[in-house]
Design a protein around this ligand. Sequence first.
Ligand SMILES: Nc1nc2c(ncn2[C@@H]2O[C@H](COP(=O)(O)OP(=O)(O)OP(=O)(O)O)[C@@H](O)[C@H]2O)c(=O)[nH]1
Ligand SMILES: [Mg+2]
Length: 431
Amino acid sequence: MSKYNDTIYALSTPPGKSAIAIIRISGKGAIKALKKVSSIKKLKTNAANLLFIKNKKIIIDQVVAVYYSAPKSFTGEDVIEINCHGGQAVISKISTTLEKLGLRLAEPGEFTKRALLNNKIDLVKTESIADIINAETEKQREVAIKNLSGGLSNFIKEINKSIAEVLANVEAIIDFSDEDLPVGIIKKVKEQNKNIIKKIQVELRNANLSKPIRSGIKIAIIGKPNTGKSSFINFISKKNVAIVTDIPGTTTDLITSSIDINGFKFTFVDTAGLRKHRNKIEKIGIQKTKEIIEKSDLNLIFLEKNEKNKYNKIQKKLFIRSKSDKRKKAKNKTVHHNISSFTGEGVDLLLEEISKKTIKEVRNTPILSRERHISIMNQVLKTLKSIKFNQNLDIVAYELRVALDLSMEINQKFDIETILDIIFKDFCIGK
Ligand SMILES: Nc1nc2c(ncn2[C@@H]2O[C@H](COP(=O)(O)OP(=O)(O)OP(=O)(O)O)[C@@H](O)[C@H]2O)c(=O)[nH]1
Ligand SMILES: [Mg+2]
C-alpha cells in the first residue's frame, strides 16, 4: 500500500528536442488519468500499449504507454511511462493535459522517494541511484553500480549480524551461571569483536584510498609568465577555457577545467603563477596562486629555463618545459617533462605521470562511498575498539548495543526527514 494519495507526473528524459521523451506517472490515479486522455479501455501490464493521447478528443500524439501495476513497479504504486515524440510542444501539451486532470508535477527525486517510503528500495540503494545519475567518471559509476546491486547493503547486513551475535553471546554469559557455559566463551567473544573491527578497518582504508574517486584530484598549474600554462590547460580541455597571448601576465584569475584521466576526475587550475606583481590585479592573482598551491594534490611547475631552485619550498610538484616544438631535442636526460601544447608531444606521458603520482591503486571498488557512511562506520569502529571485555559485562552489552544502533543508521534506523533532505537534494525531477 502506498503512503501517498496524490498522483504525480514528470518528464523523465532531459528537456529539449529528442526522438523520444518519457513522461512518467505514478500514483493511484495513473490508470484513470491515462484512460481519460486516450480511448484505451484495457491496459496490458508490463507491455507496450500503442495509443493516441488526446485532449478533448483532439489527438496530441501517438505514444507507447508501458504500465507497471502496483506493487510491482519502481515506486510500488501504479506507474505508467508514456513514450511520446520528443518535441517540446508535445511534451508541454501532454503535461498541461495531465495537470488539468489533477496530477501534480513531481518534486526532484519524488519517484525514488516514493520507492524508498514504499519499501521498494533501501536507503543505501536510494543514495546509489543519486550517485549513478551524478557519476561523471567511470570510477564513480563503478562505485555507484556496486552499491546499487547491494555491495554496501550486504556489508552492513553482515556487520550488523556479527555485532548481534557478539551481543547475544555476552547476554548469554550474563544470564547463565559459569558451569553452563562452554569453556573459553569470553575468548571467543573477544575474537569475534576483533574480526568485526578488522572488517570495518579494511573498508575504511579502502574508502580513504578511494577519496579521489569521490572528490576528484586538484592540480595547480604554476610558473613564470608566458611559459605556456594557459595553452596547456586549453590543450588538455580540448577547448579554450583560458585566454592565451604573448603578453606576460595574461592570466590573473584562477581558471579551472575538469578532465577524466583513467576514470578519475582531475580538476586543473590555471593560475597567474608566482612572480613580482606589477599592479593590484596581479597581486591578488598571485595571492590566489599561493593559496591554491597549498590546497592542490600536485603542482605542475612550468619552467622558462632552469629556475627550479625557486620552487624548493613547494612539496608536491612536477617540472615541465613547454614549447618543445620550438626547441632542439635535449641530448642528455632531462629531469623535467618536455611537452608542446601545439603538437601535443609529451602530453599523454605527462598525464600518465600525474595520474601515477596522485592515485594509489585501489584493488577493490570501495563500498563506503559517502561521507555519511564513512562517518557512521568510524563511530562504530571507535565504539567496538573501546570495549573492555574484562569489565562488568552489562557495560559490554550496553556498548555493543550502542555500536549496533549506530551501524543500523546506515540502512535501517535513520531519521527519515533529515536523511531525505540530504539525499534528495542531489536528484533531478523525473527520477
Ligand atoms: N610554439 C609554442 N608556443 C607556445 C606553446 N604554448 C604556449 N605558447 C605560446 O606562448 C605564449 C604564452 O602562452 P600562454 O599559454 O598564454 O602562457 P602562460 O604561461 O599562461 O602566460 P601568463 O598567463 O602570462 O602567465 C603564447 O604566445 C602562446 O602561443 C607551445 O607549446 N609551443
Ligand atoms: Mg596564462
